[in-house]
Design a protein around this ligand. Structure first.
Ligand code: COA
Length: 259
């Protein structure tokens, strides 16, 4: 059964996690399908933005599939690291470094990996029914897919530790107040609002958009000094896909100045 749905309309792709009976929990097959779809959409010049959401009324994603990763954990540490931890880290790293605007449209519960995906996504809107939580500590381990690193950078160390150490959910209003997401919208308007945001960004040069995404993400993940490149870009991939030669030159200039 397909657990990831996808459609592209007017240059905007919508990917939907589709395991509603399991609150869109991410099993390995779904993580792999999501990675593959993101790769494909990233390489398609006709796609200008990607929206990621969840199927059904209840959940964006209730996190990694507990039943499946429990099997890997039982098979030993090496197996758990390979099957579960590295797979999930690869996914959130991919989402964080995505070269097109990727908008998480959080339609309900975003727990565990569901929360980590929202953290990694460059932009996130949430329905007024959304709730975010880091329940991993109840299972006896820290958030494994980058949550210990990205959440404090996004919302501050103390707020992040409160979420990580208590496992208590916060609602969408609190999430926007602390900077975990961009905006709360009415549940029924979530996808249309996500499309409007995607459209507004997609009007700009893809090369410039990619350069902004890369610069901001790179800057957050290194020291301020380390964020300045040691040499100007030579011929990065996004320079070869400009809407115009001028946009290309300007984007390269921005990258070489580290802005
Ligand atoms: N992995 C696998 N299955 C999950 C899941 C997960 N992370 N989260 C929910 N499900 C499944 C449940 O097992 C249940 O399946 P079933 O009907 O076949 O038994 C179904 O989704 C509905 O979940 P349920 O627990 O009955 O819903 P609820 O409204 O009572 O509770 C939650 C919702 C989110 C509070 C609860 O499901 C939960 O705590 N899930 C685990 C969250 C978590 O720890 N995530 C991090 C994993 S690292």
């Amino acid at each position: 059964m397909t657990t990831l749905l996808g459609e592209v309309k007017d240059g905007i792709a919508v990917l939907t996690l589709h395991r509603p009976d399991k609150l869109n929990a991410l099993d390995y097959a779904l993580v792999d399908a999501l990675e593959a779809a993101l790769d494909e959409l990233e390489a398609d010049p006709g796609v200008r933005a990607v929206i990621l959401t969840g199927s059904g009324d209840r959940a964006f994603s209730a996190g990694a599939d507990i039943a499946e990763f429990a099997g890997s954990v039982e098979a030993g540490v090496e197996r758990a690291l390979r099957d579960f931890v590295r797979r999930g880290q690869r996914l959130t790293r991919h989402i964080e470094g995505y070269t097109k605007p990727l908008i998480a449209a959080v339609n309900g519960i975003a727990f565990g990996a569901g929360c980590e995906i929202s953290e990694a996504a460059p932009l996130a809107l949430a329905s007024d029914r959304a709730r975010f939580a880091k329940p991993e500590i109840r299972l006896g381990f820290p958030p494994p897919f980058g949550g210990t690193q990205r959440l404090p950078r996004l919302i501050g160390r103390k707020r992040a530790l409160q979420m990580i150490l208590t496992a208590e959910p916060i609602d969408a209003k609190q999430a926007v107040d602390i900077g975990l997401i961009n905006r709360v919208v009415e549940h029924t308007a979530l996808l249309s609002e996500a499309r409007l945001l995607a459209d507004r960004i997609a009007r700009h040069s893809p090369a410039a958009v990619a350069a902004c995404l890369r610069s901001v993400t790179r800057g957050l993940n290194v020291s301020i000094d380390g964020g300045w490149p040691s040499r100007p870009c030579s011929s990065p991939r996004w320079c070869r896909r400009p809407t115009s030669a001028r946009a290309s030159k300007l984007s390269c200039l921005g990258a070489s100045e580290g802005v």
